[in-house]
Structure formats: C-alpha cells, structure tokens
Design a protein around this ligand. Structure first.
Ligand code: C5P
Length: 196
C-alpha cells in the first residue's frame, strides 16, 4: 500500500507530535524533513554540495535540535539548489510501501502534491514562542518570540517553496487545542481516508 500524509506548518505548531502519533497509530514510516535542512546547515561546507552528499546517518546527529540549528536551517532552506538536492529523497520516502507521513513546510505544495491527506498545522506566534521557550527552559520569552517571527518571515517570504497551506489542505489551528485534541482531529482525517 502507498499512502502519503503531508503535514506542513510553521515551527512549534505541533507538526512533529501529530506526525509521530499518526505514524504510530497507522503503522506509517515518518520523516521529519526539517532534519534534512538542519543537517545540511550543521554539517557546514558548501550547502549545495553538502545537501547533494547527505547521508542517512547525518540525520541521527544529536546536535540538530537546537534553536540555532533551526535558524541556520532556515537560511540554507532558502537556497533553491539545496531544496532541489533534497527533493528526490523525500519523494521516494513518501512512496515507500506501507505508507509514510512527512512533516515540513512544502510537503503538500511541492514534494507530494498528490498526498492522500494534507494537513496544515498552525498556531499563533505567541503560543508557539511560549512552547519553544518552555522547552528550552532558559533565555527570554521576548527573544524566542522574535526568533519565531523572524523564522516565519524567512520561511514565508522565500521565493522557492515558501511556507503556505496547499489549497486542499485541512487547516488545524492548535493555539487553543490540547495535544490530545489536535491528535484526535488529525487521526480522524486519516482514518476516514483509509476507510477505518
Ligand atoms: O521543522 P524544523 O524547525 O526542523 O525546520 C527547520 C527549518 O528548515 C525551517 O525553518 C525551514 O526553513 C526549513 N524547512 C523547509 N522545508 C521543509 C522542512 C524544513 O524549508 N520541508
């Protein structure tokens, strides 16, 4: 069976949590595509050459999750050639037997426009900044909010594959939802599509 779930949205909207829950519930493989851009940024060197030579083990590095790595990732992600170098890996992951869920910024719009289920998970910048700030357990809320706004502007404003909801995506605003509520709504969509 091939079955693709595309989950897009800005940083800290809940994409990762929802993706992992869906993958577990429906036995789908999961790819957090942000890790690809983070790995390119953290590995360093010429970003295009690094993206072209990226290896699966690069995604397992333990230094990819920091706020700084996210910032750096959004800079290399604005380069069209970097994105092009990472496209086929994502598309072949999406086609894998047994089905897959991919989360990122452009999965429903560019990588998998034919995805079976498309979700755009979002939340207000203030709510997302508060989540990131609490996770980090240090620093100032205002700084994190400024970073969230900067990253949104860069991801939405770039020329190639900007962050936006696909026309046929279901928008899930998690600003006032609990994790359980958000996951339940996403699960219901996938279950309906699978006829379960
Ligand atoms: O989702 P995450 O915060 O790990 O993504 C880091 C950065 O990588 C994003 O801010 C975005 O610029 C970039 N990205 C992207 N396309 C994706 C996934 C991530 O441009 N599909």
């Amino acid at each position: 069976m091939q079955f693709t779930v595309a989950i897009d949205g800005p940083a800290a909207a809940g994409k990762g949590t929802i993706s992992r829950a869906l993958a577990q519930e429906f036995g789908l493989a999961h790819l957090d595509t942000g890790l690809l851009y983070r790995a390119v940024a953290v590995k360093g060197g010429d970003p295009v050459a690094t993206a072209q030579a990226l290896l699966p083990e690069d995604l397992a590095r333990d230094d990819l999750r920091s706020l700084q790595a996210g910032e750096a990732a959004s800079r290399v992600a604005a380069m069209a050639e970097v994105r092009a170098a990472l496209t086929e890996f994502q598309r072949s992951f999406a086609r894998r037997e047994g089905g897959a869920v991919l989360d990122g910024r452009d999965i429903g719009t560019v990588i998998c426009p034919q995805a079976d289920v498309k979700l755009f998970v979002t939340a207000s910048p203030e709510v997302r900044a508060e989540r990131r700030w609490k996770e980090a357990g240090e620093g100032s809320y205002d700084d994190v909010l400024a970073q969230v706004r900067d990253r949104d502007a860069r991801d939405q404003g770039r020329a190639d594959a900007p962050l936006c909801a696909a026309d046929d995506a279901v928008v899930l605003d998690t600003s006032t939802l609990s994790i359980a509520e958000a996951v339940a709504q996403a699960r219901a969509l996938v279950a309906a599509k699978l006829g379960r």
